[in-house]
Design a binder for this molecule. Structure first.
Ligand code: GTP
Ligand code: MG
Length: 292
């Protein structure tokens, strides 16, 4: 005997019901085509349509010193949205990336409560500075429990790794000399008797810090393909930074971003109608677009 079995699955991230004509047109870049070419709404709709299709804009926020600028650079270089840090001349953000440096403090709670809850992604930055990656993931998990939000462990510094040929050669030499990355950066520097070598080690620490140097030395010693040259090593460090995975967290919120951009279009039309700019058509479009 056959029976009909109905399975219910959750809608995929970003899923939403079929579009109203306004959103569909905006998505196809045809917002202004919804009115006659002679309508004074054309420039309003063109501008609104242009804004609707602007690149994703992420704003990096967090307490001073947590690595916001480095994070903004990491996102720009690895994920390529438009990113601004605090204090930069910022157009309205779509998403906010809140960087923690450890368990959330009062300032973090205050900041978080001031941001739109549906469009915030929280990370534990500088994950490479914990005793090991697992320890950072543990701290991130505790932060997550405290905040009731997912918290991703990332190293924005490793995501920015851009070692050149000279630094790669230096790391190869250190690996050949069986240099180990001591747990204290000070010992790593003290291990360099000459000024030039000390400056070189200082430069490495600044660029990829202890965890990056330790990882690089290990990969080179293992003759891993990931350490074939400077580019390969940079890619290996990027891959370990956890930053690329944030693309999925942003992707999950694209539906919300789209929703708020549609709200902007409707607000623009409401304003046009209010000032009598082809009010009839503005209201027709608003009515077709649902109540908002
Ligand atoms: N080890 C490590 N150091 C980091 C990381 N991110 C940033 N840093 C270091 O932390 C320091 C501060 O980083 P910034 O990116 O300037 O932080 P910020 O939040 O913009 O700081 P202010 O603007 O000075 O408040 C710098 O020395 C960075 O190199 C990281 O992922 N790992
Ligand atoms: Mg800064």
């Amino acid at each position: 005997m056959g029976a009909n079995v109905r399975t219910t699955t959750n809608p995929p991230p970003g899923w939403r019901p079929p579009r109203d004509p306004l959103s569909a047109a905006a998505e196809q870049g045809g917002l202004a085509d919804l009115v006659e070419p002679s309508s004074p709404l054309v420039p309003v709709l063109s501008a609104a349509g242009h804004r609707f299709l602007r690149p994703l804009h992420v704003q990096v926020v967090g307490r001073p010193g947590v690595g916001r600028d480095t994070m903004a650079r990491a996102l720009r270089e690895r994920l390529a949205p438009t990113v601004t840090g605090l204090g930069e001349d910022a157009p309205a953000a779509d998403l906010w990336l809140h960087v923690l440096a450890g368990p959330p403090r009062r300032a973090d709670h205050e900041l978080l409560s001031s941001l739109p809850a549906d469009r915030v992604v929280v990370v534990l930055g500088k994950a490479d500075t914990h005793p090991d990656w697992e320890a950072a993931v543990d701290v991130a998990r505790r932060c997550s429990t405290q905040l009731g939000l997912p918290v991703h462990a990332v190293s924005q510094l490793l995501a920015c790794a851009d070692l050149g040929a000279a630094e790669f050669a230096a790391l190869t030499r250190l690996a050949a000399e069986r240099a180990e990355m001591p747990s204290m950066a000070g010992r790593f520097l003290a291990g360099a008797p000459e000024l030039q070598e000390r400056l070189l080690r200082q430069g490495l620490l600044r660029r990829i810090d202890a965890f990056g140097i330790g990882t690089a030395l290990r990969l080179i010693t293992e003759e891993s393909d990931e350490a074939a040259d400077a580019d390969a090593l940079n890619r290996a460090l990027h891959a370990r930074s956890g930053v690329t995975q944030l693309g999925a967290a942003f992707g999950d919120r694209v539906g919300r971003v789209r929703f708020w951009r549609e709200v902007e279009i409707r607000a623009e039309l409401e304003r046009a109608a209010a000032r009598g700019c082809d009010r009839e058509n503005a209201e027709r479009l608003l009515a077709a677009g649902g109540a908002g």
